[in-house]
Design a protein around this ligand. Structure first.
Ligand code: GDD
Length: 397
């Protein structure tokens, strides 16, 4: 892959946020055959097939699922390179029809026919919940002692499982994607980002090239997601507040498609549901932004790199209504509003934004979100000891 070297960056304490990088060649071939550095006139990174492969082998791809048509899940799973591990976390309904059983059949079939490493877990599995309890990670459990609903909750579970499997990188891909080709591309971009990163704490976030929509009986290709456009605006304002310089650096506030090094996954804080991706940025600013009185030294002495990659394929997924988008915006802005890094003037603007969208009633208080501690808190020995043996075997295969 040939990818632009980012010219601009923003520093926020130990965090380095790079500007959006364009992909110039999706596949630049084998190392010995790929274009010589000297022959590329502009400032680009050239990541050979071998370099990409070496990263992908160490990567777990997590696919969160909740009631997505099997056809779509199948397309997504078939698009993941064979040498990546796959972890499907499903919170699909069991009634009236047992969707999870159907998904498990699909995954078992893929494992048998392709021989690839692939695991599926049920978010509401009592044994997994018990293992988390034994491992002292109880915040994610509800009153009944099972894992709470939510995409973020499924992702946190998957990251703990990826740690057990010994993977160095964890990438996320939504299951409701109609274009398997775009899934394949995102994973290549994760690998490219990790291969150019100089830190062991890194994150790659995808900003898709465009999203096709039907408008007046024609296809129209939108540039930014309906929730991202709002979240990005506020995240950029937050950075500007501290630096004193206006910025548009953040383009991936809600990036569902993102990957992070397992080292970074262990130290970040998490939040519930769809706010998780926005909270990545907030947690990075809170913990490693240099604003804490007692900074986390082991990370502050290093640095964190956040790459944003502009993919080439259009992103085409199941379209949800305005309410869903407004809820997503509300959840995202909520974690910003309740952060100690959010200044009062910005809090005021957040409330104005939400009331103007009718996502918040006048005089209504913006409730605090639900948060989960870093996964370094989890006792992995106890977790592994209490997980079903069959799951450990497939995770480590
Ligand atoms: N395991 C699990 N548990 N998966 C879930 C849950 C849950 O409770 N809820 C949703 N998912 C899965 C969906 O099945 C899908 O594969 C993925 O999470 C994303 O959920 P969607 O409901 O399809 O989200 P979206 O398409 O509106 O938004 C996506 O893109 C946004 C940026 O545009 C998400 O990835 C957002 O997190 C992201 O901000």
């Amino acid at each position: 892959m040939i990818i632009e070297i980012p010219g601009e960056l923003e520093r926020f304490g130990a965090n380095i946020i790079y500007e959006l990088q364009r992909v110039m060649l999706l596949d630049s071939g084998l190392r010995k055959k790929s274009p010589e550095k000297e022959s590329i006139s502009l400032p680009y990174y050239n990541i050979s097939y071998e370099e990409s492969y070496a990263i992908e082998e160490k990567m777990a791809i997590v696919v969160p699922v909740r009631d997505v048509p099997l056809k779509l899940i199948e397309g997504v799973l078939f698009a993941v390179p064979h040498h990546c591990e796959v972890i499907v976390v499903s919170n699909s309904s069991k009634e009236p029809a047992d969707r999870f059983i159907m998904e498990k059949k699909l995954v078992d079939n893929i494992r048998k026919t392709t021989g690839r490493p692939i695991t599926i877990v049920y978010q509401k599995d009592k044994k997994i919940a018990r293992a988390l309890k034994e491992a002292n990670y109880t915040e994610i459990l509800d009153k009944k002692g099972i894992i709470k609903d939510g995409k973020g909750e499924g992702m946190v579970l998957a990251m703990a499982l990826a740690k057990i499997s010994g993977k160095k990188y964890i990438g996320f891909i939504d299951a409701d994607n109609y274009f398997p080709g775009s899934v394949h591309e995102y994973i290549k971009e994760y690998a490219a980002g990790f291969s150019i990163s100089e830190s062991r704490f890194s994150m790659i976030r995808i900003s898709w090239y465009n999203k096709p929509e039907i408008s007046r009986n024609n296809l129209f290709f939108t540039k930014q997601g309906r929730s991202s456009v709002v979240t990005n605006k506020f995240l950029n304002k937050l950075i500007s507040y501290y630096t004193g310089f206006e910025t548009e650096i953040i383009r991936t506030g809600n990036a569902g498609e993102h990957a992070l090094s397992t080292d970074l996954a262990m130290v970040l804080g998490y939040s519930s549901g769809y706010s998780i991706e926005t909270y990545h940025y907030i947690s990075l600013m809170e913990k490693f932004g240099g604003l804490e009185k007692v900074p986390e030294k082991r990370v502050m002495n290093d640095f964190i790199e956040i790459f944003q990659v502009n993919s080439r394929n259009p992103h085409f997924h199941q379209k949800k209504g305005k309410n869903h988008i407004n809820n997503m915006i509300k959840d995202s802005l909520k974690v910003m509003y309740h952060s100690h890094v959010c200044p009062d003037p910005l809090k005021k603007e957040i409330i104005q934004e939400l009331t103007s969208r009718n996502a918040l009633k006048k005089e209504e208080k913006l409730e605090k979100g639900i948060y989960y501690p870093p996964l370094s808190k989890l006792n992995y020995k106890a977790f592994e000891k209490n997980l079903p043996e069959e799951l450990i075997t497939t995770l480590k295969s």
